[in-house]
Design a protein around this ligand. Sequence first.
Ligand SMILES: NC(=O)c1ccc[n+]([C@@H]2O[C@H](COP(=O)([O-])OP(=O)(O)OC[C@H]3O[C@@H](n4cnc5c(N)ncnc54)[C@H](OP(=O)(O)O)[C@@H]3O)[C@@H](O)[C@H]2O)c1
Length: 258
Amino acid sequence: MDLGIKGKVALVTASSAGMGKNISHALAAEGVNVVLFARTAEKLEAVAAEIREKHGVKALPVAGDMLAQADVERLAAVIRHEFGGLDILVLNTGRAPNPLRATLEETEQQRWHEAYQNQLWGTIQVVNGVLPLMLDRGWGRVIAITSSSVKQPMPHHSLSTVFRAGVTAYMKHLANEVGGRGITVNCVAPALIDTSHRTGGAAYTPAQAEARRKLTPLGRMGKQEEVCGVVTFLASMQAGFVTGSSINVEGGMVGAMI
Ligand SMILES: NC(=O)c1ccc[n+]([C@@H]2O[C@H](COP(=O)([O-])OP(=O)(O)OC[C@H]3O[C@@H](n4cnc5c(N)ncnc54)[C@H](OP(=O)(O)O)[C@@H]3O)[C@@H](O)[C@H]2O)c1
């Protein structure tokens, strides 16, 4: 199926590794030119080179920190200079502070502050910086990566869930405000996605993996490409009447009917 987004320009934040990198590849495979943004320049350069070679699109690495206003302003200026505007914005972030703990054990202000900055403020700051590049185009797609824990809290995830819920609320407000400019705004809410890329091997002990598998009717962890597929669909022409929504990608873990 032609998704109708060939030649569009996408910014994917937190894209030097993991889900952000995979989403960038998935969009590039549809002929989308991608701007990659994360802190580590060498990793970004390598991802950009891979994307250019594999998909034949433009891939522009911009090294910077989502938490640094000057870096986000520079990112917006580079996109304006190189592409004249932006069509697709995928808001991926770094992870909540490790290790995640039981809620009553999350007593340190510093960890709450870091979680807020990483997940909520960084996202808002990027929207502030780059959304003006989308407003004049009369068409756009904003997709935030949140967590299914917003719908069904997972044990030990409060440090993440609280701010992903904040991102979800922010995106709903934004959807209401920019819909009239042709821009849809949605969340993709994953859980139980295999992140063995982070450790170079199994991310969980066999007992942890088994416990996770039991949480879903599908009886397995999710694959990165299963998140990428939903993001790519939301970026497509065909998803034009979907806005203000959150789509879970969690193998049926969430017990609610809708
Ligand atoms: N796996 C799941 O089931 C699941 C479920 C729900 C949500 N998530 C969320 O999905 C997101 C991606 O997960 P992942 O496993 O792909 O993470 P990851 O492998 O740790 O990658 C995180 C990316 O974020 C970048 N980054 C971190 N802080 C940044 C900052 N301040 N500014 C710019 N870039 C920054 C990192 O690059 P640099 O270090 O180079 O900056 C890296 O590219 C995370 O937020 C995670 O919590 C995952």
